[in-house]
Design a protein around this ligand. Sequence first.
Ligand code: NAD
Length: 324
Amino acid sequence: ASPPPPATVDLRELGKTGLKLSSVGFGASPLGSVFGPVSEDEAIATVREAFRLGINFFDTSPYYGGTLSEKMLGKALKAVGKPRNEYIVSTKCGRYIEGFDFSAERVTKSIDESLERLQLDYVDILQCHDIEFGSLDQIVNETIPALLKLKESGKIRFIGITGLPLWIFTYVLDRVPPGSVDVILSYCHYSINDTTLEDLLPYLMNKGVGIISASPLAMGLLTERGPPEWHPAPPELKAACQEATAFCKRKGKNISKLALQYSLSNKAISSVLVGMNAVRQVEENVVAVLELETSGIDQETLSEVEVILKPVKNQTWPSGIQQT
Ligand code: NAD
């Protein structure tokens, strides 16, 4: 007889941090109303449902919704009232609605502001947000040393860096003392249409760095609702994703489920962050995780979608000030 299905989402080790993250993580940027308005009640109900189904990892940033995401997440965490050691919160520094500032002074002040909005005493991970928009040498020489001091003070437990181009990670990790950067967060590079993160995984694992991959739905490209108006993808990528979505719909399949399962299939990735702003989405995403564990991915539909997306495979968009 086959074993009973797991009741909740599986946990995965994050590099050498000792943290065990739910394989699907809660991306809280939608709580900042960046994909459409979200009420406080909806935010609380969504976070409550995430906890109920075994999601223990919540990611936000002062940038999302101009601090609204952090405030909403803080209210929701407080309303749900779980013990602090039963969940993991990551937020970010250096990117704000007013612009970028990775100076030691700004990021040191930033964590106090974030903790206040989140109504927490510490965050588990503080990440430099979208470092390709700053000077990477400043990140190495000034920002990371400032975050190491915050680590000593107990306001943060671990340090991360995030961004879109993949070369930024090796640039920084090759230059900082081993063990100072605990985590990287990559986005839009491990989904059905773009798998370029794959080549970097051996390097990251060799460094002992924890790997978080965000935006398995390519920031809305692989959803029936479609991407938000600000989505930076080139028109041919948007069109191909729309075609793949329509194809799945005609077949009675849900592209978002397939896309999430695809990202979750690589166990080198500790957590796949999906943006969620509705109870129904949490439920759908958790069902996708549990089904992947029990029955595997729908290989036939995946192959068909891969054919549709082949002409735009690994297409991305420019980000930051230092292109290579
Ligand atoms: P995503 O690919 O997760 O897509 C989110 C969109 O998909 C939202 O509109 C959401 O409502 C919708 N969605 C979620 N579940 C769905 C489902 N089951 N069916 C249909 N639609 C569904 O993109 P994202 O939100 O940009 O990324 C996830 C999270 O990762 C963010 O919230 C953020 O926490 C993190 N992230 C970080 C960075 C960075 O640090 N630079 C960049 C991107 C994302």
